[in-house]
Ligand binder design. Structure first.
Ligand SMILES: [Zn+2]
Length: 281
């Protein structure tokens, strides 16, 4: 099923991905907390402004390098949810106890339990794009834990009337909640003193966005380890997707950690060097 919905046209599955596909699909309430990372980034944002001044990223995201943050302590947890093994991420600002979730694709109650267990307050439910395998748990999560629902404006129609063909694939799918905060890229949100920057990356869908916090970039189905999102679904545009990646993701530092919507994490540097879809773009 994963091949049908979220894989790009010529995606070579990595050995690790093939192993995951072979794994028995976990029931929704048994979502698996896979990774816990701690970021201690000192003056990271200041450095970026020096390194990347003048590139496309800065033109469209002026708030980013002007941040006055000089320290970010983030904890990022990954939960693999639903039949398409979507990565749902919890971003926790440790100093304040405030959190955001990226793409609760299913298992909304399981995600809210994880937030409660961390003693965190959920401020935002961030959606990278409107496909059902990324939005399926949002209703339950917001009902249980609150938080503003944040969606790229270009995907409003997919949120407000999800295609039944996709929604039918997610067990217990409930239509997403009403959009609290539509975004178009260039905005930032705050959990504690941590800024989460919204980066427009249309292509996989018209309203696809990525979220950047500290040294982490959450790329949804725009950029995967060794692959990119498919662009043959309704509203997809391959040229636009590559342009988004080239101008707004590959302009980031090599050390930036990529947290994609499916599959293992990576870095911008690894994708720049090895991703077969990005050679020569
Ligand atoms: Zn998608």
């Amino acid at each position: 099923m994963a091949n049908i919905v979220e894989r790009p046209l010529r995606n070579p599955l990595s050995r690790r991905e093939r192993a995951r596909v072979r794994e028995k699909v976990r029931p929704e309430n048994d979502a698996d907390i896979r990774v816990s990372r701690f970021h201690k980034n000192v003056r990271w944002i200041h450095h970026l402004s020096t390194i990347y001044g003048g590139r496309g990223f800065l033109r469209s995201h002026r708030n980013y390098p002007r941040s006055t943050q000089d320290r970010i302590d983030l904890r990022i947890e990954t939960l693999i949810v639903g039949p398409l093994q979507t990565n749902a991420y919890i971003i926790l600002d440790e100093a304040s106890g405030e959190a955001a979730v990226v793409d609760p694709g299913a298992a909304g109650l399981r995600i809210s339990d994880a937030i409660e267990a961390a003693g965190a307050t959920l401020k935002f439910i961030l959606t990278t794009h409107g496909h059902a395998d990324h939005t399926g748990g949002a209703f339950d999560l917001q009902r249980k834990a609150g938080g503003e629902y944040v969606v790229g404006e270009g995907d409003r129609s997919q949120i407000e009337s999800p295609p039944s063909s996709l929604a039918a694939m997610i067990p217990g799918f409930a239509n997403p909640p009403a959009i609290d905060r539509p975004v178009t890229g260039g905005e930032h949100l705050e959990i504690g003193d941590t800024r989460i920057f919204v980066i427009a990356t249309p292509g996989h869908t018209p309203g696809s966005v990525c979220y950047l916090a500290g040294q982490a970039i959450f790329t949804g189905d725009t950029l995967f380890q060794n692959s990119i999102g498919r662009y043959d679904l309704p509203g997809g545009d391959g040229d636009q997707e590559l342009q988004s990646i080239r101008d707004n993701l590959l302009t980031l530092p090599n050390q930036m950690i990529v947290y994609p919507g499916h599959g293992p994490s990576s870095t911008i540097g690894e994708e720049r060097a090895n991703n077969p879809f990005l050679q020569g773009v």
